[in-house]
Design a binder for this molecule. Structure first.
Ligand code: HEM
Length: 316
């Protein structure tokens, strides 16, 4: 009899310990593993599992690597061109032209996307599929890069590493400003940026674009001020812009068959830039991505647009 009572008491005790343990686990999971953040679209996103993350946008992918968070990645989009390790990851399509099936087939636990991700109906399909989709605020400026870094870091609890990364950006920008200062005494070249993906996809950058922001950061002038956003290249726009420099993405120029390919494009052969052989190409994500390498990219673009500025800045 005493034995039965003892066992009953022991069972109750164990049950009590078990319930207490379960309560603690529940509270722990509430306070640590679950995070609710408001994204750039104003959506409240609840994140419980970051172990199978898909990033949409080369800038976000690059930030993941720079923060040492790449172990969480199961796939990326095709604009995720840096670092080279991204090559081995499965690709879910292009950030501006996604399909929900492509993304969902990899069963992500979280999707972290740049502001350019789309089209909107596909983003809605991803939300409807109940996969947490977080849109990171993306502003094309140095502060905008820092905000992107902070936002990604806050999702993954990597705030300390974010501070180091932002300090490095400040150092790079300080170095770039030496070149910008040296360039200031010179006349600003008018730069026409052309986005090419083969001769079938040709866009020029108006105001408010990533290319416009980089041209300005490098101390030059965007040759297009009449319109905002990226618009199809027309002969008229190219001739009216009368640029001193034609600026391409490296892969963009490659897709046209290199500098020789420009001869066949609308209006461009009639520009002072083409006549004087002033054509500059820079790596795609590096030039337009507003990634942690933004300071280095600004410096390199300044040097490319003001060829003698490096001598002046380096002799100071
Ligand atoms: C961070 C800079 C960018 C990178 C690294 C990048 C990269 C790429 C890549 C890799 C492709 C080929 C997609 C594929 O076949 O999978 C592509 C296509 C394309 N990109 Fe970008 N891109 C960038 C910026 C832009 C910008 C600023 C625009 C302007 C709106 C743009 C518009 C397009 C268009 C229209 C296509 C063709 C899509 C298609 O073939 O369906 N991209 N880009």
């Amino acid at each position: 009899m005493a034995d039965i009572v003892w066992r009953k008491e022991e069972r109750l005790k164990r049950k009590g310990i078990f319930l207490l343990f379960s309560l603690f686990s529940f509270l722990f999971s509430l306070s640590f593993a679950q995070l609710t953040l408001t994204d750039a679209a104003g959506t409240e996103v609840t994140i419980t599992d970051t172990s199978k993350t898909i990033t949409l946008g080369g800038d976000i992918t690059e930030i993941m690597y720079a923060l040492g968070l790449e172990e969480n990645l199961v796939a990326v989009d095709t604009s995720s061109l840096y670092p080279a390790e991204t090559e081995v990851l499965p690709k879910v399509g292009y950030v501006r032209d996604l399909s929900a099936e492509g993304v969902l087939s990899l069963a992500p636990s979280l999707i972290v996307a740049t502001g350019d991700a789309g089209p909107p109906e596909v983003l809605q399909q991803l939300r409807d599929a109940k996969v947490p989709l977080f849109i990171v605020p993306t502003e094309d400026s140095v502060d905008g890069v820092k905000t992107k870094i902070d936002t990604v870091a806050s999702i993954f609890g990597a705030e300390d590493r974010a501070e180091d990364l932002k300090r490095q950006i400040d150092l790079d920008i300080a170095e770039a400003s030496l070149y910008a200062d040296a360039a200031q005494a010179k006349a600003k070249p008018k730069v026409l940026f052309i986005y090419a993906r083969g001769a079938g996809t040709l866009l020029v950058s108006g105001t408010g674009t990533s290319a416009d922001a980089m041209i300005n950061l490098a101390g030059a002038a965007n040759a297009v001020t009449e319109f905002a956003d990226y618009k199809p290249l027309t002969a008229e726009a190219a001739v009216t812009a009368a640029p001193d420099v034609l600026l391409f993405l490296a892969r963009g120029l490659e897709s046209l068959g290199g500098v020789e390919g420009i001869a066949a494009l609308p209006g461009l052969p009639l520009t002072p830039a083409y006549e004087n052989g002033c054509v500059v190409a820079m790596d795609d994500l590096y030039l337009l991505g507003f990634t942690p390498r933004v300071g280095q990219a600004v410096k390199d673009l300044t040097i490319a647009l003001y060829p003698d500025v490096a001598d002046i800045a380096e002799s100071d």
